[in-house]
Design a protein around this ligand. Structure first.
Ligand code: HEM
Length: 260
């Protein structure tokens, strides 16, 4: 495989991180606490995504994907399924938008269910033909669900700040998945993996949304609209930030990104 595809010396990644390491050396900002935090994040992320040399991504990835899959399955059964049983209580919230909510939930369910398999096969670099097929289905599902999600966000009854939070989520969904697609078309394997991880972090946002609203309700914090509005932003912005911390910190300790 070409060096650039592996994120090796000549790749865009190594140039970018080479510059970062250079600045790091110049100002020598890494105190022992920083190093400990970075080492911790790095250990987690090495498990989350290994090199593109086909090495085993490890049991930790399996645990993370398994937990994500379980959370996704619970969300689908508890929150998505009632819509397909034509629960009138649920559907009354979307009068005049029934087609959009069905399209959104059906295709969102496909993306949510396929995500762990796409990531598992991709990170393991096994059964790549199957990976390509379910990856394509995942991306098409994201495309349809995000268009419907965007429509629902700008026509929501809950308020414009809530609508903007979910419109931001739809934009992040298209952007992360679209970049994952562009990267694989250009054979940027390492970057493709990273954007797919970000994409699935965004796909899981609505699961986080329901958990957050549940926690805020249980804690009695704010009004119902405030709870929904806060969750519409926190459910994707915070997980994306955490994913970024993990993805970037691992590169500080990986020898192939070193400028030495
Ligand atoms: C990640 C991008 C997503 C965006 C931007 C998004 C956006 C939205 C919007 C705007 C609504 C309507 C809110 C309202 O005004 O009441 C909604 C509802 C809903 N969405 Fe999504 N969504 C996303 C992902 C998903 C996924 C992956 C699923 C999985 C099936 C899903 C399932 C649902 C369900 C079940 C509802 C109905 C409300 C509820 O019972 O929780 N969404 N979504």
């Amino acid at each position: 495989m070409a060096d650039s595809a592996k994120g090796g010396e000549g790749s865009a990644d190594s140039i970018f991180y080479g510059r970062r390491l250079h600045l790091h050396d110049r100002y020598d900002v890494a105190g022992s606490t920083t190093q400990t935090i970075v080492r911790f994040l790095s250990t987690m992320s090495t498990a989350a995504i290994r090199r593109t040399d086909g090495s085993n991504p490890g049991w930790k990835v399996l645990v993370v994907l398994g937990l994500a899959g379980i959370a996704a399955a619970v969300f689908l059964v508890v929150f998505a399924l009632p819509y397909f049983k034509l629960d009138p209580d649920k559907l009354s919230l979307y009068r005049g938008k029934e087609g959009w909510i069905f399209l959104h939930i059906a295709t969102g369910a496909v993306a949510l269910s396929l995500g762990p398999f796409v990531l598992w096969h991709g990170l393991k670099r096994r059964r790549m033909m199957l990976h390509r097929r379910i990856g394509a289905a995942y991306m098409i599902a994201v495309g349809f669900s995000s268009i419907a999600g965007f429509y629902l966000a700008i026509h929501t009854n809950i308020g414009w700040v809530f609508g903007m939070g979910l419109a931001g989520l739809a934009t992040a969904w298209v952007a992360t998945t679209g970049l994952a697609y562009i990267c694989i078309r250009r054979r940027r394997i390492e970057q493709h993996k990273e954007w797919m991880i970000r994409s699935y972090v965004v796909t899981l946002a609505f699961v986080n949304f329901r958990i957050l609203v549940g926690v805020l309700q249980a804690a009695g914090v704010g009004t119902n609209v405030e709870q929904l509005t806060a969750a519409s932003w926190f459910c994707w912005a915070v997980p994306l930030l955490l994913a970024e911390l993990i993805l970037q910190s691992r590169k500080i300790w990986r020898p192939e990104f070193s400028s030495k």
